[in-house]
Design a protein. Sequence first.
Length: 363
Amino acid sequence: MPTHPLAAPTPLKGRGTPVRIAHRFVAEQREACDDGWEPPAEEGAPPPPPTEVREERATSLLCVNDSPDVPFELSINPYRGCEHGCVYCYARPTHGYLNLSPGLDFETRLVAKVNAVELLRAELRRPSHRPSPVAIGTATDAYQPIERRLRITRALLELLGDCAHPYTVVTKSAGIERDLDLIAPAARRGQAMVFVSVTTLDAALARRLEPRAAAPARRLQAVRRLAEAGVPVGVNVAPVIPFVNEPEIERIAAAAAAAGARSLHYTVLRLPWEVAPLFRQWLAQHLPERAARVMARVQEMRGGKDYAADFATRMKGRGIWAELIRQRIDKAAARHGLARQGVALDAGRFRPPSADAAQGRLF
């Protein structure tokens, strides 16, 4: 992957990146050029491309994780791609497996696993299944805008609740409030926790950094409503980006505590594969005066590179600046009475779904 910024095309309203960067599996790449035949561009920004959703009948759903730096064994992602358009998203390279761009395609050409409940039901019925908490939304946002119509995540929560199976949800969306009628009873049984990512309190910055995610104030309102319903909520300051949202760590911690969060979590910026040039292009376009300083600090925490994928440091970084961020998070959490770990969830009451149960309630 190139380490220099991509050319800076006109920004697209409501999109994290206007670039359809080629994925790493492409042997040949195309580059646009002006041959004199194109009509003159109209004045003003180009219209944003529409979101396309392709239905997929997946072959499996539960992902087993054995990475030592990941705090869960099982995860579910009901969608591929994410309309929130967060430019820094570490999951963008997964679109390369679909022969799609990790850039604009990741946020405009989505895949919905319409048989998710059917698959989950079959997997939960296996004698080999061990009921540890399932993390929902680790490589997509399970409550991105298309969930309002498709309701795949809701159907999954219904099944997990029926089976008394513990789960966690990670989201930037206030849409999770819709499912409080499912999440709150599970939380009362000690079987559900929600993590809401609050990257910044600056609405203008959020609009550029994660254009279709809920506004920061709306996310904090969701934290409050979840907490008032008895759901344990953790706030993720994720990712921490030097000189961008890193100065807000203490303010985000204070806002999280005021909204009723129980714990505070963080990761530092991760730039695997195609994410690095996309993020460099975003910096050049939106924060050119800070771009060199931001990337210099990122590389200081990554051993001189844009990214290092080793399990020991990929989530938190290394070196003096990574340690300083850790200390600031720890002190901010302690100051506001926030734990640094999530609550333990109860897996002891799990009961497999019956063979003749309905095959989900998607429609």
